[in-house]
Write a protein that binds this ligand. Structure first.
Ligand code: FAD
Length: 391
């Protein structure tokens, strides 16, 4: 598509020739399903038996998709991106936590990130995955409306407190909080907590943003019910609209339980639902702030068109665009160049902890038809442009 997103000079202005070639190499591998499977399998084994593969992973896929091991490692990237008016959202790797000690550690880490982020205009948001602050079992029971026993109640109150204190600290430092969405079997508990946080902290302006996965066919109705709820009419809602990342798992779960899948039946249905979600948000923009978390050019163009029709300034603080670091630079940097509010999610943490995230990126890019091809073509175009410019 020939659009503002075809401008590869702007898109890759921060990438050296070496980084471009590395990205080309990575996406070339990612394009091949069999290679991804083989590499994933070998990496898992190598890490399990402690073969010294970490430096290779770090120099290749890690450095492409992640900011570093610590917050401080990320600073050069954060500064460079901000020179291009792209903000950062630091995302500490938190996968598969399941003990109270791990939840407490993660909670401490989230607080320390807010401490690190405060007064840095380059980092306007913080983010957390709900199940890094509490057990999946508890989220599941709350989602199912089950009565908790005394011990579980104590633990659940701790989860609520962790949520509240993270949001409170963000609120005190004027940092917006993105609460990630997860799988349907725990999502209602997350949604309810997110709304509780909005009721506390979104009175004057949007601080807390809940994530709405539009690959779920029931989400538009969910948004409508919330906006019609008379008990929550004095806050600004913060919503991060995404398509959703757990499609295969959700479908398998539904199949194994012999229930209707919560996911739209086709990609087209998801796209239509996503568009309807966007229309709904803009019809209610007096009460909603939007983060669009998407690598889909059509979705982003749709928002740009609506903003133009509604005479909304490109840099209106009510509308943000987010992409993952290492992906869709053509969207992020070209949007930022035109003055739109954009950020990159910048994952960081020990290489070993980030492996599930990196494997997901590889699998996602392999399974999303066209995404890798698009990334590759843009990289090739930019290499050609640089070559012609030099010669
Ligand atoms: C900043 C940011 C934050 C994010 N936060 C979250 C989060 O908190 N929770 C979360 O779940 N995900 C999150 N995601 C991931 C997101 O949900 C998508 O998986 C990812 O962005 C790909 O969708 P897309 O709109 O970018 O691109 P597209 O390539 O247009 O869409 C791909 C998506 O379409 C849907 N899809 C694909 N095939 C089908 C099909 N056959 N039937 C129905 N639907 C289909 C799936 O959701 C798939 O991921 C986030 C993404 C970004 C960029």
């Amino acid at each position: 598509m020939n659009s503002i997103f075809s401008n590869t000079k702007e898109a890759f202005s921060l990438k050296s020739n070496f980084e471009l070639s590395r990205a080309q190499f990575l996406f070339k591998i990612i394009e091949n399903k069999t290679l991804v499977k083989i590499f994933t399998f070998l990496t898992k084994i190598a890490l399990k038996i402690y073969l010294p593969v970490t430096p290779i992973i770090k120099m290749s896929v890690f450095n492409h998709f992640c900011g570093g091991i610590s917050e401080l490692d990320c600073i050069p990237i954060i500064k460079k991106m901000y020179q291009k008016k792209v903000s950062s959202v630091l995302d500490f790797s938190t996968e598969a936590f399941n003990s109270e000690e791990e939840f407490d550690n993660c909670y401490d880490k989230k607080l320390s990130i807010i401490e690190f982020v405060k007064n840095r205009t380059e980092i306007p948001f913080t983010v957390f995955k709900p199940t890094c602050l509490g057990s999946i079992d508890l989220f599941k029971k709350k989602t199912n409306g089950e009565t908790l026993n005394e011990d579980e109640n104590i633990l659940w109150n701790k989860v609520v407190l962790r949520f509240e204190r993270v949001c409170q600290k963000a609120f005190e430092n004027d940092i917006k909080v993105l609460i990630d969405a997860e799988e349907v079997f725990i999502q209602k508990a997350i949604d309810d907590l997110a709304i509780l946080m909005m009721l506390k902290f979104n009175k004057k302006k949007p601080i807390v943003f809940n994530t709405v996965q539009m690959y779920r066919w029931d989400r538009l109705e969910y948004l409508k019910i919330l906006l019609n709820d008379k008990n929550i009419n004095d806050i600004t809602f913060g919503f991060k609209l995404v398509r959703g990342a757990y499609m295969e798992k959700e479908r398998l779960t539904a199949k194994s339980l012999n229930i209707k899948s919560p996911i739209c039946e086709s990609k087209l249905e998801t796209d239509v639902n996503f568009d309807s979600g966007l229309d709904f948000v803009f019809e209610n923009l007096n009460r909603i702030s939007l983060v669009c978390g998407s690598h889909n050019e059509e979705s982003v163009i749709k928002i740009m068109n609506i903003m133009k029709e509604m005479n909304i300034d490109n840099n209106d603080q009510k509308i943000w665009f987010g992409q993952l670091y290492g992906m869709s630079d053509n969207i992020t940097y070209n949007l930022a160049d035109k003055g739109y509010n954009t950020f990159k999610i910048l994952p960081f943490g020990p290489v070993r902890n980030l492996m599930p995230y990196l494997i997901r990126r590889a699998e996602e890019n392999t399974s999303v038809k066209g995404q890798t091809g698009r990334e590759l073509q843009l990289i090739i175009n930019e290499k050609r442009r640089r070559y012609l410019e030099k010669s």
